[in-house]
Design a binder for this molecule. Structure first.
Ligand code: CDP
Length: 225
């Protein structure tokens, strides 16, 4: 299986809570491909901007920051590693405050150009299952397989709520619903790299599907193609 899929690019997009990360990781494992979480890259750059006190409205400054930043993704003992200029920041990039600030970074065309360049470089080398918002439309519009995962906003919020609760957060479901809807808005409305369904992407509604159900659906489509 691993050999057959060498250099294959599987692009997966979708909104927050659609199950992209969990599903992409499992598909990558089954096919022996690298898993690339592009959201972690935008999150890591946001962390650097916050730490350095960068003006989040200064697009030129943010582009400079992106150009002088090295981001590498990896995995150690099955746990994600996100190297920001060599420091593993995987445990620091999922706070609510940071999540709310990613939009300032993700809307800047020059920043996205840098990210897309790095992402293409990673994917082309060995193939990958790459997930995000603009993978099927901008990063790899000619990917071997393209999927768009979706689910009702309330169900997506419930999934996020459970994740955060399990991690010890005291956040309420209402707060999460508000966050998910606001993030959908900014991800779908920005002028570059907006989240949308590519014409030739296979859309999977995951609202009533288990994780395994979604993985099986993707594997079925890949084997039929
Ligand atoms: O895991 P979750 O769906 O909450 O978000 P994520 O994939 O970690 O992405 C966080 C944010 O980064 C998104 O809300 C987008 O604004 C941005 N992002 C992006 O602009 N382009 C991508 N390819 C991936 C993420």
């Amino acid at each position: 299986m691993a050999k057959q899929f060498k250099k294959t690019v599987i692009a997966i997009d979708g909104p927050a809570g659609s199950g992209k990360s969990t599903v992409s990781k499992l598909v990558a494992k089954r096919l022996g491909l690298l898993y690339i979480d592009t959201g972690a890259m935008y999150r890591a750059l946001t962390l650097k901007a916050m730490r350095s006190g960068a003006d989040l409205e200064d697009e030129g400054g943010l582009v400079e920051l992106a150009r002088s930043t090295d981001i590498e993704l990896g995995c150690k003992d099955e746990i994600a590693v996100v190297l920001l200029d060599g420091e593993n920041v995987a445990g620091l990039i999922r706070t609510a405050d940071l999540t709310n600030k990613v939009k300032y970074i993700a809307r800047v065309p020059g920043v996205r150009r840098e990210m897309v360049r790095m992402q293409r470089c990673m994917g082309e080398k060995s193939g990958a299952v790459m997930e995000g918002r603009d993978i099927t439309t901008v990063v790899f519009p000619d990917a071997d397989y393209k999927f768009y995962l979706d689910a009702d906003p309330e169900e997506r919020a419930r999934r996020r709520f459970k994740e955060l609760k399990d991690a010890g957060s005291s956040v309420t479901l209402e707060e999460i619903i508000k966050d998910v809807v606001a993030r959908d808005e900014s991800d779908m409305r920005r002028s570059v790299g907006a989240l949308k369904v590519a014409d030739d992407a296979i859309v999977i509604d995951t609202t009533d599907l288990s994780i395994d159900g979604v993985v099986n659906e993707i594997m079925k489509k890949i084997s039929q193609a």
